[in-house]
Ligand binder design. Structure first.
Ligand SMILES: [Zn+2]
Length: 233
């Protein structure tokens, strides 16, 4: 095996429904890098998925966080406790919200929205704010800038894709023409869309970032929400 790029599901109950997200694993001879790690409490599911590929959390060498939302970094602190050697990567703009040096912007936004919710939605809004407060911060070990490059899996380019959050990043796997989108693109009914546009912290930027990724004309887009999108097939 030279390397593998794997996209696998993590499914967790969410109220009366369930929610599935798709972290990606970059696995080569030197590195086993996870891109985003799922919700609060997702570590056991993550461990099981890794076991399915003959891996354990102790073998992970890195965790890239595309941004600070709970469904992307919810399990990060638990993962770092399970494997203190794992190196956490995020953009310089996003890191203060991941490490809670600054109050997470998503929590600020949820608290603002909460003030405007009609009475029948107050309980849901409060539960959402409470859940965001439970996201454990994690320290970021290495800061990414736009265009940074790593030798992971034949070459990995960091692409700044702000909008959903100010420091959001996506990853371009040069050799295989694969983009790991994070929430810069979601897949809905087989089509690329802006993830939860109503919650984008800057919608105009989010639209530009999605266009920027689509303009790469990659063979596949691995969307954290929705899974694999192949536009050229
Ligand atoms: Zn998300």
């Amino acid at each position: 095996m030279e390397y593998k790029i794997l996209c696998f599901p993590i499914t967790m109950p969410f109220g009366n429904t369930e929610n599935t997200v798709y972290p990606t694993l970059l696995w080569d001879k030197q590195n086993i890098i996870l891109i985003d790690c799922g919700f609060i409490g997702a570590l056991p599911i993550l461990e099981k998925e890794l076991q399915g590929h003959g891996l354990s959390t102790e073998q992970l060498t890195g965790l890239v966080l595309t941004h600070h939302d709970h469904d992307h970094m919810g399990a990060a602190a638990a993962l770092k406790r399970a494997n203190p050697n794992i190196k956490v990567y995020a953009s310089a703009a996003e890191a203060p919200f991941i490490s809670a040096q600054k109050k997470p912007l998503r929590l600020r936004q949820a608290e603002e929205i909460q003030k405007t919710l009609p009475p029948e939605q107050q309980d849901f809004g409060k539960a959402f704010c409470d859940m965001l407060r439970l996201v454990e911060p994690v320290g970021v070990d290495e800061l990414f800038q736009d265009r940074d490059h790593k030798d992971w899996c034949g070459g990995c380019r960091i692409i700044s894709t702000p909008g959903h959050t100010p420091g959001h990043i996506s990853l371009l796997m040069d050799k295989d023409s694969i983009v790991i989108t994070g929430d810069a693109i979601a897949l809905e009914d087989g089509l690329p869309v802006i993830a939860n546009p109503q919650y984008a912290l800057n919608l105009e930027q989010a639209a530009t970032s999605m266009e920027k990724l689509l303009a790469l004309k990659a063979k596949a887009y691995l969307c954290y929400h929705g899974g694999i999108c192949s536009l050229t097939d």
